[in-house]
Design a protein around this ligand. Structure first.
Ligand SMILES: [Zn+2]
Length: 267
């Protein structure tokens, strides 16, 4: 049995030059000038001889357009660059239900899916349709996830679960109630795909929460846990939306980097 994986970050879109005062929660309390920052959109490919796993699958092109989000490259095209066809994907981890993470789930006919039970219950619960809560999700996509459950294709994660040997999913709430991180064993060590438990490196470096958050104390607690993980030997924590990911790891194709090959020396 092969318990190590190749792990790649694939960038399918960029939102250019938005103000830090929008990116970060209560930015004004820091007293810093309001500079501009880019936001990259990624999903992640984790594979070995036995499994082809996606961690998230990007936003739907048309629904993204309706939100003024342009998609440079479709996730399917990026997968093709890595030699992956949609029907090759056997599992998709849904790290949370925001539109930019679950927009293409219908494109993977042979996949089963994982999501945190807390996430599904929240977005199908009694407060999910309040506009100040519901804006980052699409009702059609929530319906599709519920449909996966009725088809027996949805696995619900409680707190922590080994999906396959060397591939663990753990709930790290704060951004959403059921935000999942994915720990992957590679030949080079452990890679922690934080998804939106950490959008930018500077959230953990400066202890500054991202603008969209469900529970602020849980966000801080999750940063503590991610910093502890990053301090372990041979462990790399990868944020979910930081443009620096494209520079900190080795480029293997346009918008595709190998997360087992950092371009910086690891301490
Ligand atoms: Zn996101």
């Amino acid at each position: 049995m092969n318990a190590t994986y190749e792990t790649f970050a694939l960038r399918y879109a960029t939102l250019s030059s938005w103000p830090r005062s929008k990116a970060f929660h209560c930015f004004e309390v820091y007293g810093d000038p309001d500079t501009l920052i880019d936001l990259d959109y990624y999903f992640w490919l984790v594979r070995n001889d036995e499994h082809t796993v996606l961690v998230d699958c990007g936003y739907d092109k048309e629904r993204g357009r309706a939100r003024s989000r342009h998609q440079e490259t479709s996730p399917i095209e990026l997968l093709a660059r890595m030699g992956v066809k949609p029907e090759d994907v056997d599992h998709v981890v849904l790290t949370h239900m925001h539109y930019d993470h679950i927009g293409n789930i219908a494109l993977f006919p042979n996949a089963t899916f994982s999501i945190a039970r807390a996430e599904l219950e929240y977005w199908t619960g009694p407060y999910a349709d309040r506009p100040t809560i519901s804006w980052p999700v699409e009702s059609e996509e929530i319906r599709l996830v519920q449909q996966l459950a009725t088809e027996g294709r949805l696995h619900l994660v409680e707190d922590s679960h080994e999906l396959f040997p060397g591939l663990r999913l753990t709930r790290l709430p704060g951004h959403t109630p059921g935000q999942l991180i994915t720990e992957v064993t590679t030949r080079a060590g452990q890679i922690v795909l934080a998804s939106d438990a950490l959008h930018y490196y500077e959230e953990a470096d400066l202890d500054r929460p991202f603008g969209t958050c469900h529970d602020l104390v849980d966000v801080y607690r999750s940063y503590d846990i991610l910093r502890e993980m990053a301090a372990r030997p041979h462990t790399v924590v990868v944020p979910g939306h930081d443009p620096a990911v494209m520079r900190r790891f080795t480029v293997v194709d346009d918008d595709c980097v190998d997360l087992a090959q950092p371009t910086y020396s690891q301490g």
